[in-house]
Design a binder for this molecule. Sequence first.
Ligand SMILES: Cc1cc2nc3c(=O)[nH]c(=O)nc-3n(C[C@H](O)[C@H](O)[C@H](O)COP(=O)(O)OP(=O)(O)OC[C@H]3O[C@@H](n4cnc5c(N)ncnc54)[C@H](O)[C@@H]3O)c2cc1C
Length: 375
Amino acid sequence: MSEAARHYDIAVIGGGLVGAAIAYGLHGRAERIAVLDEGDVAFRASRGNFGLVWVQSKGHGQPAYGVWTFGSAQAWPRLASELRELTGVDVRLQQPGGISVLLSDAEVQSRVAYMRRMLAQPGMPQYEWELLDPAALRALVPGIGPAVVGAIHCRHDGHVNPLKLLRALHTALKLRGAHYLPQHGVTRIVPGAGSFRLETPGGSVTAERIVLASGLGNAELAPMVGLNAPVRPQRGQILVLERMQPFLRYPITTLRQTDEGSVLVADSQEEAGFRDTIGLPVLATLAERAVLTFPALKEARVVRTWAALRVMSKDGFPIYAQSTRHPGAFLATCHSGVTLAAAHAYHLAPAIADGRLPSKVEPFSSRRFDVPAVA
Ligand SMILES: Cc1cc2nc3c(=O)[nH]c(=O)nc-3n(C[C@H](O)[C@H](O)[C@H](O)COP(=O)(O)OP(=O)(O)OC[C@H]3O[C@@H](n4cnc5c(N)ncnc54)[C@H](O)[C@@H]3O)c2cc1C
């Protein structure tokens, strides 16, 4: 490819759910868009996640995160229908409401206190939630076991098929003329006058604006453009049970039935560095909780397991930033890239195209990590 052909208005670094959703939202706002990605062997939360589009529990300690998440969940039907129309891929969005099961009175008390505290914060969206007693829960979700003593139900929660989402976004990018460049893991960013040079094993690419959306890779790339992305891997393991007749309409934080009938069991959060391997003790705990929730699952066969690495910031909230030292360089990272896909496509991407992040994402600036440590 000629040098001119490798020059872009905007280059997004990272082709996971965050980068792909942003690139999708840039359509019509920039002419030449590229997405640079690594090869097949890479850490990709986007291929190993649980697929929840989740509202309840988001925003404790940062109401702006509650607003951002709730807004994204509300924009999700638009994203799903646009992707279906454009690509023919149905990402199987369902937003019937979601449930967190509680297995002891102590869990009930602590969860209810958490929800009340969170929703009492100034600026927090007042979305609906309720505590279900066992009878009300069983009426909603037949088959729940006697060990479950209550549940939080929030009607704004949902789930999606995350692999279909990634495929739909990439198909849309291709159809809309964006260039997807695999084997282009960026090793160095060289800021120049009015543009950036991105060095990769697949050759150099230049772009007037760049978006660092490379998940865990952002930690290394950010300082090259005067930004800071203190993200670390947090491992999550998932158990996949055999396909079953539909029995579970509502996604649960720890368990959901996919559009294809498989049951996914999840929710481990482990500090294991970059080791994305599974471990039997954690899987056994997940299985135990699943059987306590639905005793009938005791008979179900496990067909697959995997582990993947979340992209976790120090405080668990997203990081959206623009470089003051190198204007035109932006950064986006978060640990709920499925839920936030619509916010990234419809709110973050247009702001990046305009060259200025909106005030509603100001609380997510990496400047919040600049507080000097107390001696
Ligand atoms: C077990 C688990 C369960 C989860 N469950 C949910 C859930 O239910 N709901 C939800 O909303 N979120 C969930 N998540 C989080 C969600 O998967 C992530 O937020 C999302 O996938 C992050 O996307 P990303 O694009 O930032 O990162 P990734 O998917 O990690 O993608 C980063 C991409 O950048 C590329 N890259 C890295 N370095 C470079 C470089 N130098 N140059 C070019 N490219 C580079 C990589 O190859 C990769 O393709 C879960 C995550 C895990 C691990």
